[in-house]
Design a protein. Structure first.
Length: 258
């Protein structure tokens, strides 16, 4: 997603800038030491850089792609098959945790837990701001409200859309210099398992989309969508450049990219 944004604003990734990897925990340290000029990192590490006065937040991931794919729960396919019951229980636990996490009355308790040394070992205040959709852009600044900054639960937020896996494949193809391969694209899309997700949450009351893939980046306003369970509303999922991604036409999408 970083490369996607850079290219969209006229910066050539890996040519105009060098992209290196560092641990999120030490991202602010790298910025402070001058080892890097900028960081792309999840909360609370970007806010910690701001609070330390060594950086400022230029934009949030959700400004690049609203409702875009982020972290995933991943395991080998053979493990998921061999330990089906444990896999389904893990998915149900993740769903319940997300539902709990977004409740306003649990925010302070969640921040306190995440701040513990065994988890993030970070500022409880910075974590609480992130949980409650408030971002401090510059050191000493007043936190601003950013709706859906932490988009964790509603609108089937954790559903593994195969179209999002296909988008990731398209980006990897674009930046690796490899040619599009239909077999590779199918393999990439199959790493997202809506079948496992539906099986785990069937009968639970969780909202389950009827489709496993969709046109990404096409919605500018909330709209009702088909579901096999519950009532599904999908919100704005625009990309910052206004493009849409059709998982059934990856070659055409790649050909249109600058």
């Amino acid at each position: 997603m970083l490369r996607y944004w850079l290219a969209g604003v006229g910066i050539r990734p890996d040519h105009d800038v060098e992209i290196v990897v560092t641990s999120p925990t030490f991202a602010a340290d790298a910025l402070a030491a001058g080892e890097v000029d900028g960081i792309c990192v999840g909360e609370p590490w970007n806010s910690i850089a701001v609070d330390r006065g060594v950086g400022r937040i230029a934009l949030a991931t959700a400004q690049i792609w609203r409702r875009g794919v982020e972290k995933v729960l991943a395991m080998r396919a053979d493990v998921a098959d061999a330990r089906g019951d444990a896999t389904r229980r893990l998915i149900r636990a993740l769903h319940a945790a997300a539902e709990h996490f977004v409740r306003p009355d649990t925010a302070e308790a969640s921040a306190a837990i995440l701040a513990r040394s065994r988890y993030l070992d970070a500022s409880e205040d910075a974590i609480l701001r992130a949980i409650t959709d408030r971002i401090r852009l510059v050191s000493g600044g007043t936190p601003i409200h950013y709706p859906d900054f932490m988009f964790q639960h509603r609108e089937a937020a954790n559903f593994p859309w195969r179209s999002q896996a296909a988008w990731l494949y398209a980006q990897m193809t674009r930046w690796s210099g490899r040619d599009y391969d239909a077999g590779e694209a199918a393999t990439a899309a199959a790493t997202f398992r809506p079948d496992l997700y539906r099986a785990a949450l069937a009968g639970s009351g969780a909202v389950l989309p009827g489709a496993s893939s969709k046109l990404e980046g096409a919605l500018g306003a909330p709209i009702g969508a088909g579901s096999t369970q519950g009532r599904l509303m999908l919100g704005n999922d625009r990309f910052f450049d206004g493009r849409a991604f059709d998982p059934d036409d990856i070659p055409g999408y790649l050909a249109a990219m600058p």
